[in-house]
Design a protein around this ligand. Sequence first.
Ligand SMILES: [Zn+2]
Length: 121
Amino acid sequence: MARITNWKRESRTPTLVYRNTETGARAVLHRAPGSYRYKWRGAILVDGYPVWSRGYETKDAKSFRDELRERPAPELSCPECRNSEVAIGGKTAGGAKVQRWFECQSCGYEASSRIVYGAER
Ligand SMILES: [Zn+2]
């Protein structure tokens, strides 16, 4: 199986887990909570903040790896000032879902994540 630039697999079952060797980001493909439309959920998390997420009907490791291949170094930076010193927080958004918050330590920009991402497994 071809390696993916900067992504190292840490676990295969039941949750597929990769760690990014450049940025420390985590990528997980796991069984979704019952409330989700799809049975499986893939996500890329930077300090717990979801920068990418999508649902899958099955444990589709191949398409998940294709997404990782396109994202060799996922990072977080402020959309306003491009500063990368950001603080991440989380608030419960009902059930197992958590809405992440993003706060820039340089300009004060604050926003909730567009992706509401639930429990990881
Ligand atoms: Zn900023």
